[in-house]
Ligand binder design. Structure first.
Ligand SMILES: [Zn+2]
Length: 461
């Protein structure tokens, strides 16, 4: 077989030569506080949008426009590079909005004054997901703006806060038609380890409520016999886990995790577990956080401990978030949790359960040509064999794009390594990871043209 063109070395050199400029672009983009959450001004979102559009034009993308999606606070950029006749199409997704910085006192530097130090760019959004946007542009430039595939770029500005765009792709599948989609909003399990994310857990919300008295009653006069709703609810919640902290709700899928995962020490570090505290559950960390269920109490009604009230509670309510095995139907998992809660009768007291949202996870089918091509591209970029991992959080847009184009290979990768502090104070991205992501994307686009996917049928065929 003849060496593909451009060669890996040519691509690597072309990306390496762009590193100073790529760093500058990332810093400029990360300086913009493009936050889509309520209460934040929309101007920075538009500024970030315009900068990304300019970046794409500069990288040689001929068609750059906005997709009219109702209700989004920032436009969804839809850009296309037409491919050669008969070539497969690749879609790349990313987002230019960021999460708010949160408690500023926890940051070692101002979140929106990004800077380069120690081989990294530090700043909110530097990793999630602006690093991947500059990597995409660098990959395109390394291919002289002419990838040998058709390319569709979808870069939105409302990802972090329940965008209406999440529901758009399944009803407009033609817009997203492709043979493979790269979700460039992930990264290496740890720096330097090329990683393909192959599973995301689903997510379910449920509320549980106990009502026992017409009104709160004095704990001195009535405590001891009056049914305490809050106490009953505590018993209900205590029924969800065994003494080790494993979820005991019947009907929830749990399987061993066979890919890469964090060591216990790495996980303690990432989760900032205090010294002497145990980790919950048994089995590998991967099985606990990716291929097993997790239930978290996300709210619980009670007076704050600073101002207690001596009264027997007449009612109490809590909400739960259940993370669901990537391959289990979220509605089925929700039914299992609801059933478990409804069967609880603490002291003989009935509970009321209200099912909330249920979103499926995703397990990437491993047989597609895109997966093999992506693994080879990651190996070329990082120089070592890639590992597979999962992500604990469900990403609605990923599920939705997958639903719109189920036959396209789903490839989750990027420059956001597991230690990037995304959604946390002191976010940073390693420039090494950005550079390698750009190389991996370029190599993938080059190779998917020859090995991957059958040519797209014209729409309507
Ligand atoms: Zn992201």
């Amino acid at each position: 077989m003849s060496e593909p063109t451009p060669s890996n070395d040519t691509i690597r050199a072309a990306v390496a030569a762009q590193l100073p400029r790529l760093t500058e672009e990332l810093i400029a983009l990360a300086r913009i506080p493009s936050i889509a959450a309520e209460g934040f001004p929309p101007e920075p979102l538009h500024e970030a949008h315009d900068r990304v559009v300019a970046l794409l034009h500069d990288a040689g993308v001929p068609e750059v426009g906005d997709l009219p999606v109702e209700g989004t606070v920032a436009p969804v950029i839809l850009a296309r590079v037409p491919g050669p006749e008969g070539a497969p199409t690749v879609l790349i997704y990313g987002h230019y909005d960021v999460v708010p910085p949160g408690d500023l006192s926890l940051w070692r530097y101002p979140p929106f004054e990004p800077y380069e130090a120690d081989g990294a760019v530090h700043g909110r959004g530097a990793s999630d997901c602006k690093s991947n946007i500059v990597a995409i542009a660098a990959a395109l430039r390394a291919l002289d703006g002419r990838p040998p595939v058709g390319l569709t770029l979808v870069l939105e500005g409302h990802e972090e806060f329940g965008s209406p765009f999440d529901h758009y792709p399944p009803s407009n599948p033609d817009v997203f038609a492709c043979d493979a989609m790269i979700i460039a909003d992930m990264g290496s399990v740890r720096p330097g380890v090329p990683t393909l994310t192959v599973a995301l857990r689903g997510s379910v919300d449920v509320a549980v409520e106990v009502r026992t008295l017409a009104g709160d009653k004095h704990s001195g006069q009535f405590g001891g016999a009056a049914p305490d709703a809050r106490l009953a609810l505590v018993h209900v919640l205590a029924s969800l886990h065994d003494v080790n902290g494993d979820v005991v709700v019947e009907g929830l899928t749990r399987t061993p995790w066979t890919g890469a995962t964090y060591t216990d020490d790495e996980f303690r570090d990432l989760a900032e577990v205090l010294p002497g505290q145990p980790l919950l559950g048994t089995g590998s960390i991967g099985e606990r956080i990716w291929s097993g269920p997790a239930i978290t109490v996300t709210s619980f009604d009670a007076p704050p401990s600073a101002s207690p009230i001596n009264a027997v509670a007449s009612s109490a309510r809590a909400t739960l978030n259940l993370r669901v095995h990537p391959e289990q139907d979220a509605v089925e998992a929700r039914a299992a949790l609801v059933g478990h809660l409804e069967r609880q009768r603490p002291f003989g007291i009935e509970v009321t359960v209200t099912p909330g949202e249920a979103g499926n996870g995703v397990a990437v089918p491993m047989g597609g040509p895109g997966v093999a091509t992506a693994l080879a591209a990651l190996e070329s970029a990082w120089g070592s064999e890639p590992v597979l991992m999962a992500a604990g959080g469900s990403v609605p847009i990923v599920m939705s794009l997958h639903e719109a184009v189920p036959r396209a290979d789903l490839l989750l990768l990027g420059a956001e390594d597991g230690f990037s502090n995304i959604h946390a104070p002191n976010e940073r991205v390693l420039l090494d990871e950005v550079e390698r992501t750009a190389v991996a994307i370029a190599v993938f686009l080059r190779d998917f043209a020859s090995g991957g996917g059958s040519p797209l049928l014209p729409s309507g065929a």
